[in-house]
Design a protein around this ligand. Structure first.
Ligand SMILES: O=C(O)CCC(=O)C(=O)O
Ligand SMILES: [Fe+2]
Length: 338
């Protein structure tokens, strides 16, 4: 049995209670690593990143970003539209829309257990596609915004923020002009609009633990999600919620570094393991996530690095091969020099 009927907006997420292979398995999510105290994140000011940026990248690998210049009303309109589209549209209609995804993309070669299916749905947008961006349904009338138009406007802000941030990172890492230009492709990459629907059963993840394969990722969570909103970071041997910001709804973005930032800094910067717990209370979580990678033709390398030089297409191919063979990403360890 699944939770959904064809009339409801909820995708057909499977329940753990219906698993037929539970014998001998512990509930992984419940049995896991201890939960530590909420983590206070440093704040970096995009207008004056200074030494705080380098320190945050070396320390936690995740920080709040203030003074980013993304208009609050653009974010609010995007969240309102996404909430409406994803929260009300019957699932069969949603799944026919361009860019829609839900759950965990299944590898044909392996069976994903119900407890491993992510309780998430949303829209996935490749930013390199020509505009107008084809995502979601057509707007009901010419006076209504198309999801693709709002996403395009938001993506332009993300590109500006990512470039500015990366220029400051490149300066801190003393990267040459070529690497500064090519280690982040701010107009490529992708953007995801996430909804974590309410989940009726404990033990599920919104997104299971992972590191991003990006240079950097920028997360914007809706105000209703509060401080942490289900996002957790693995730090000092425990999963930690994020402490609420000093000022509620301070409008800051969250930035986390990914594997490419770790590689180009010879492990000086952290690619932080994180996950999202499934939405259990009354608030369901929404987030806008922007993912930026090096250009495809950039050779990712760093003096003194443990990793051999590689390109993003090589890295992606390895991740896909590992997902197929063992069901999970191995990541940078696959690129260690011998
Ligand atoms: O939705 C979020 O806040 C985080 C999602 C995430 O970690 C990812 O998509 O890689
Ligand atoms: Fe992530």
């Amino acid at each position: 049995m699944a939770v959904e009927s064809s009339e409801t907006p909820c995708p057909p997420f499977p329940l753990i209670g219906d698993e037929d292979d539970v014998g001998g398995h512990e509930n992984q999510a419940a049995a896991e690593v201890p939960q530590g105290e909420a983590l206070e994140l440093p704040t970096v000011d995009l207008e004056a990143p200074g030494p705080a940026l380098d320190a945050a990248c070396r320390g936690l690998g995740i920080f709040r970003l203030a003074n980013h210049g993304v208009p609050a009303d653009l974010t609010a309109r995007l969240f309102a539209l996404a909430r409406d589209l994803l929260g009300r549209t019957p699932f069969p209609e949603k799944k026919a829309q361009p860019g829609y995804f839900w759950g965990t993309p299944e590898e044909p070669s392996r069976r994903v257990r119900p407890r491993d299916v992510n309780w998430i749905e949303g829209y996935h947008v490749h930013l390199a596609q020509p505009r107008p961006i084809a995502v979601g349904p057509p707007p009901p009338s010419d006076d209504d915004p198309a999801l693709g138009d709002l996403v395009a406007e938001y993506a332009d802000h993300m590109a500006r923020v990512a470039r500015r941030l990366f220029d400051a990172i490149a300066e801190a890492l003393c990267l040459d002009a070529d690497r500064t230009a090519s280690y982040i492709n701010e107009h490529g990459g992708y953007l995801r609009v996430h909804r974590y629907p309410r989940c009726p059963e404990p033990g599920h993840h919104g997104i299971q633990a992972h590191t991003d394969s990006t240079t950097l990722s920028i997360i914007n969570q809706d105000a209703a999600s509060g401080g942490s909103g289900g996002l957790q970071v693995h730090h000092d041997g425990a999963w930690r919620d994020l402490a609420a910001p000093g000022v509620p709804d301070d409008g800051a973005l969250l930035v986390n570094l990914g594997d490419m930032a770790k590689a180009i800094s010879a492990d000086a910067y952290r690619s932080v393991p994180h996950r999202v717990v499934a939405s259990m209370g009354d608030d369901e979580r929404l987030s806008l996530c922007y993912f930026a990678f090096p250009r495809d033709d950039a050779v990712v390398s760093c003096d003194g690095s443990r990793y051999r030089p590689f390109t993003v297409p090589e890295f992606r191919a390895q991740v896909q091969a590992d997902l197929k063979a063992i069901g999970s990403k191995v990541g940078l360890e696959r690129f260690l020099r011998h």
